[in-house]
Unconditional design. Structure first.
Ligand code: ATP
Ligand code: MG
Length: 441
């Protein structure tokens, strides 16, 4: 990249230098030509004023500075020429400057000289008596003059290019330096002086960097939690089975221990299912296929399925609502409703109630799961959506909870572009609302 910027700067500089040179030479040549023509005009004027156009000797004296003076009659025949024998010269009436002088009173012409790299400049003027005075001067052509200047021009180009190389080097360095420093010092980006065009870039990088760090930390915590959570039931299973193996359990104990082993194995299975589910959600987040789902019907079915479970906990669960559609993945939505209702039943008191409602509100559909259970105190409310977070480890574990349910819920809500809010008071109950975009029938 540095090399590219450097090269581009040099290209621009070279282009600028060369075009400046060409334009300067062109302007200079133009000025030079004008000046020369003005000089030639002055000469004709002097000859006219001195009235010496018939005095060829005086004309010869006047002729210095390599001027060619020609006096031509109206018919084009040459009367006098300072450089050639006028008798030998052919009729000059067809020379462009003379032809023009005959029509307009004066004429100019620039012609290639017979000698290489030289140019002839001519100026002709017709006097009142019809006689035409023509002055010619030979000078270097533009290429000839350029040829003389080439060593200087090359020298100048090299010098300018050198300056540009140095400037481009420092400019590129100052452009790239903050970026390199940012790359090397991701953790204290704020201490690096940057120019304002870089600020949005740095902010994005910083955010992403923090997200990556946070994710890494979460993953680390998750792995530690998983290992710990899996270890507990496995330790029990191992312990009970060892007792049976060593013959240290009576027949009665064996039945009880087998029950414990069964319970722990089930817990282990549930946990592993949850973990698999979470990692599936993690990886398939971007390609969930959403279809119109009647959330009213789905919730009703879910509540019906949980009736038995609720009775077991001596909790009543009710459902009410208005049929409406949302865009969702049916399986995911079912899991979400199930987890919320399951919590409502599990963290409830004997004789408690769980109310599930689905109702449209404007452009939205609101799913509410409200219970009259044990509630969650403020300090825990923020954290219960974290993986493995449980308010009362003992109670949750005794009911088979692993603390992954709400983490899954949160994930699903995000996948379905919904929003989840929680309201709870310790000892009085909890209300969880999930808001979705309504899909018209
Ligand atoms: P899992 O759902 O994975 O079987 P879990 O129920 O313990 O286990 P979550 O559903 O994530 O895990 O809930 C996390 C914690 O939040 C629970 O352990 C419980 O302490 C608290 N909690 C969740 N829902 C409620 C509720 N409705 N009332 C009171 N506390 C709740
Ligand atoms: Mg739960």
């Amino acid at each position: 990249m540095k090399k590219k910027i450097n090269l581009q700067l040099l290209e621009i500089a070279t282009l600028a230098i060369i075009s400046t040179m060409v334009i300067t030479v062109a302007i200079f040549y133009n000025l030079f030509t004008n000046q020369l023509m003005d000089d030639l005009k002055s000469y004709t004027y002097i000859i006219e004023k001195l009235a010496i156009k018939q005095n060829f000797e005086q004309l010869n004296e006047l002729n210095s500075e390599h001027l060619r003076i020609t006096i031509i009659s109206q018919d084009g025949s040459v009367q006098y020429d300072s450089d050639y024998d006028s008798q030998a010269l052919e009729n000059h009436g067809d020379r462009p400057e003379i032809a023009r002088a005959k029509i307009y009173g004066e004429g100019e012409s620039i012609r290639r000289s017979s000698t290489m790299n030289r140019t002839n400049f001519y100026y002709a003027r017709q006097l009142t008596d019809g006689i035409i005075i023509r002055i010619g001067k030979e000078a270097g052509s533009v290429f000839y003059m350029l040829g003389n200047a080439i060593p200087y021009i090359i020298g100048l180009i090299v010098l300018l290019l050198l300056v540009c190389v140095v400037l481009a080097h420092y400019l590129t360095k100052s452009l790239v330096k903050p970026i390199e420093e940012i790359a090397a010092n991701m953790d204290n980006i704020n201490e690096i002086p940057i120019y304002k065009e870089l600020v949005p870039f740095v902010n994005t990088i910083q955010r992403q960097h923090q997200d990556i760090l946070k994710n890494a930390l979460m993953r680390q915590e998750f792995t530690a939690n998983v290992s710990h959570e899996l270890k507990t039931p496995l330790t029990s299973i191992s312990g009970y089975s060892e007792l049976i193996e060593n013959g240290m359990a009576t027949a009665e104990d064996t039945v009880r221990f087998a029950g414990e082993i069964h319970r722990n194995a089930t817990r282990l299975l549930n946990q592993i299912n949850d973990i698999i589910h979470l990692s599936e959600l993690d990886s398939s987040e971007n390609h969930v296929t959403l279809e119109p789902v009647n959330i009213y019907k789905l919730s009703q079915t879910c509540v019906d399925m949980l009736q038995v479970n609720a009775e077991k906990h001596q909790v009543s669960i009710f459902f009410d609502g208005i049929p409406c559609l949302i865009l969702a993945d049916k399986g995911m939505l079912e899991e979400l409703i199930y987890n919320l209702c399951d919590n409502g039943i599990r963290y409830n008191n004997k004789g408690g109630i769980v109310n599930v409602t689905v109702k449209p509100e404007g452009e939205k559909v609101i799913l509410t799961v409200a219970d009259t259970g044990i509630g969650i105190s403020k300090e825990h409310q923020e954290r219960i959506f974290e993986r493995y977070y449980r308010v009362d480890k003992g109670r949750s574990q005794s009911t088979g909870g692993t603390g992954l349910g709400l983490a899954i819920v949160k994930h699903i809500v995000a996948s379905l572009n919904g929003e989840i809010t929680l309201e709870s008071e310790k000892g009085r109950g909890t209300t969880i609302q999930v808001v979705f975009d309504k899909k018209e029938w």
